[in-house]
Design a binder for this molecule. Structure first.
Ligand code: FAD
Length: 377
């Protein structure tokens, strides 16, 4: 028997990432009981910077996490674009980031966003646990967990990331579209307060932000013929090899909790079936090249909560939520595919054009045009 016969509904959420924690928090605001199952043995706090832009910022506000995030905000800072040997090439003024991001924005490290959501949710979280089997009837979902317990819920949310097992269990298909890139990101335990340094070369980017203790992180992406072979090498060896001629990047110690993965999008024809729904990267991964992964995870959670709060049939609410959000996701996925040439320019010509664009955007007139174009998005 589920709680639908009583007043309090219950949701089981798979994955304690940004989407899972935000969904739990949003549902709790409407009185749901929540259980999160997370495969990792503990919280996964690593990662690079994430932007909460426009609707993502608004969703953070409604979720009540802005007060916790405000002191962690990285603000808008100047980045030095460097040659492979670390010598400066050009300074990218903070005005460029300002123009690109628009007015309602908060930039924080992913770990700080994850912590803010975690600290605010009242969900029970079972670490080291996953879903072994799942079946549903019109009134509830029965979930068999890897810890041997069986749980019942009104709703199951698969927020288990780009490689979602919930997605394959639900649809028997992966719906993942892989690109010839890998990405690595990790927090730096020590910082020399060097500011932000970025190297962009043909087919690769390395960026290091050192703004002080607990405010420093590194990010890498590179194009490669066989991402699976890079993953098999392991993050430390793969990153060292790909950036061997970029000493400031290759010399960084790679911690155990590094985020290291291939770059993929998820293009699933549907996000829900009955009372089971996918959220965040599990449903629609747009990739880091979109710059909107965290924003969409928060917006998705917020709008999912609103759709369910409107009452009525759960499967119908899930379908209507998808109809509303999907156009935004499709737009971001398209933008990400275009953005790949910016992070990992395929040729020297692309690289040159990208640098010229950065220089041009520093001109007030061009900056204004960019601002207006972004406001229209
Ligand atoms: C440690 C980490 C670091 C990241 N760093 C960056 C970064 O620097 N830049 C960037 O652009 N993106 C990064 N990402 C991805 C980014 O967080 C997401 O694109 C975005 O925030 C959407 O989040 P999500 O919750 O949908 O997915 P994710 O953040 O991937 O979270 C999914 C969660 O589900 C858990 N999980 C997976 N499978 C199962 C399972 N079978 N059962 C239970 N739990 C499961 C995972 O351990 C993870 O905690 C990172 C993700 C992680 C997990």
């Amino acid at each position: 028997m589920t709680s639908e016969t009583t007043t309090q509904k219950r949701a089981i959420i798979v994955g304690a990432g940004i989407a899972g924690l935000a969904t739990a928090l949003r549902l709790e605001q409407d009185g749901w009981r929540t259980l999160i199952v997370e495969r990792a043995p503990a919280r996964r706090s690593s990662g690079y910077m994430v932007n909460l832009i426009g609707p993502g910022y608004d969703a953070a506000e409604r979720l009540g996490i802005l007060p916790a995030l405000a002191p962690k905000a990285l603000g808008i800072f100047t980045t030095v674009l460097v040659h492979a040997d670390g010598s400066p090439k050009m300074t990218v003024p903070s005005a460029l980031a300002e123009a690109a991001l628009g007015p309602r924005v908060l930039t924080v490290f992913r770990g700080d966003l994850e912590a803010a959501l975690h600290d605010r949710t009242g969900a029970e979280i079972r670490f080291g646990t996953t879903v072994s089997a799942m079946d549903q009837d019109p009134s509830s979902v029965r979930v068999q967990l890897s810890d041997g317990t069986v749980e019942h819920a009104d709703l199951v949310v698969g927020a288990d990331g780009v490689h979602s097992r919930t997605r394959s269990m639900l649809f028997g298909d992966d719906f993942r579209v892989d690109f010839p890139y890998v990405v690595g990101a990790f927090a730096l335990s020590e910082s020399d307060h060097n500011g932000a340094t970025t190297f962009i070369g043909t087919g690769r980017t390395a960026a290091v932000v050192e703004l002080g203790p607990a405010r420093s992180s590194a990010f890498f992406t590179y194009r490669c013929a066989d991402p699976a072979a890079e993953l098999a090498l392991g993050p430390a060896a793969a990153l060292r090899e790909a950036f061997a001629d970029v000493p400031f990047a290759a010399s960084l110690p790679v911690p155990d909790d590094v985020y290291f993965d291939r770059v993929s999008q998820v293009v699933a024809p549907r996000w829900s079936s009955g009372r089971v729904v996918l959220a965040g990267d599990a449903a629609w991964c747009v990739t880091l090249f979109a710059g909107h992964g965290a924003t969409l995870a928060l917006t998705g959670a917020d709008t999912l909560g609103a759709a369910l709060a409107s009452g009525g049939d759960i499967p119908a609410a899930l379908a209507s939520w998808e109809d509303t959000l999907r156009p935004q996701v499709t737009r971001r996925q398209r933008a990400a595919r275009r953005g790949m040439a910016q992070y990992a320019p395929p040729t020297r010509l692309h690289l040159w054009l990208s640098e010229m664009t950065m220089r041009a955007v520093t001109l007030p007139l061009v900056r204004d045009l960019v601002r207006r174009a972004i406001a229209r998005q």
